[in-house]
Design a protein around this ligand. Sequence first.
Ligand SMILES: Nc1nc2c(ncn2[C@@H]2O[C@H](COP(=O)(O)OP(=O)(O)OP(=O)(O)O)[C@@H](O)[C@H]2O)c(=O)[nH]1
Ligand SMILES: [Mg+2]
Length: 324
Amino acid sequence: MFIDFTVIKCISGKGGHGAVTFRREKYIPKGGPNGGDGGKGGDVIFIADNQLHTLQDIRYKKTYSAGDGQQGSTNNRTGKNGEDAIIRVPLGTAVKEIESENVVADLVEDKEQFIALKGGKGGRGNAHFKTATRQTPRYAQSGIEGQVNTYALELKVLADVGLVGLPNAGKSTLLSVVSAARPKIADYPFTTLVPNLGIVKYGDYKSFVMADIPGLIEGAAAGKGLGHQFLKHVERTQVLLYMIECTEEDPQSVYETLSSELKTYNPDMDKKPQLVIRTKTDLLNEENEKNWKSFEKYLDISSVTNSGINQLISRITELLHESE
Ligand SMILES: Nc1nc2c(ncn2[C@@H]2O[C@H](COP(=O)(O)OP(=O)(O)OP(=O)(O)O)[C@@H](O)[C@H]2O)c(=O)[nH]1
Ligand SMILES: [Mg+2]
């Protein structure tokens, strides 16, 4: 179970000011007041959307601002309302107010809405302030300010497929190739410090969730490296991919290290459907190939040339359907 998490700042729109205007027509030199009202500021609204599965898209944007209402104008015309800021979130997203630490909404149904911040009201134009004794009021109301608040969004996600491997095996790169996720990728161990999630789309409307965790090393289950604290994230996935670099001198022992770490952490982990993925096959040469003789079954992929990627996705979807 992953906790997908992000913090955003929200600002609702300001109300537009009321207008101070008077009728000006030929033959009516001193017309009465006709200043229109200001428009209302936009609201900040969260909407649950069953097409979304992570907070991925929201994570890239830190501030959501609704539009301001426009000022009123002459002839009693009301200013335009500001546009609402709509924040689409996956089902199951909890919205927590940072300051009070209160969960203010828990959006579970498709299209369920939560108006987090109301836009400011528009000010009334001077047309409202005409009285018997005051025929030409020269003032109008100001629009009300918008509101500002900071929220933490939290989503519990169950990943379908977990990637495990030594540091630098190419896990994050694979995730970036098959999904819209953009995890950090670099040529050194422990590039990934926190788990990443991606949605892998296939067929027309189908998808599964893939989880990339920091690299595992021997002793991980006992707390070495970083991986162990994240093993819980792949504990409940349906399928595990063992990612092993094709250039490993002893891929068999790498496999055993990974497998024994998982078993030490939770004996059931090793029982779920798994695939061994030989990664970076664009680097494969005859020398490496020899090291793999003892290995019975694996799938070859290269995230650089894309070779084997479609086959991998088909194989994963077969396994997911079998375990349904
Ligand atoms: N040639 C080649 N290089 C690759 C391929 N996949 C990944 N790499 C490179 O291998 C290095 C490590 O890739 P990552 O995806 O960051 O590896 P990781 O398993 O996520 O590593 P950690 O997060 O440290 O556990 C990067 O320099 C990648 O560019 C591949 O298919 N071919
Ligand atoms: Mg990584």
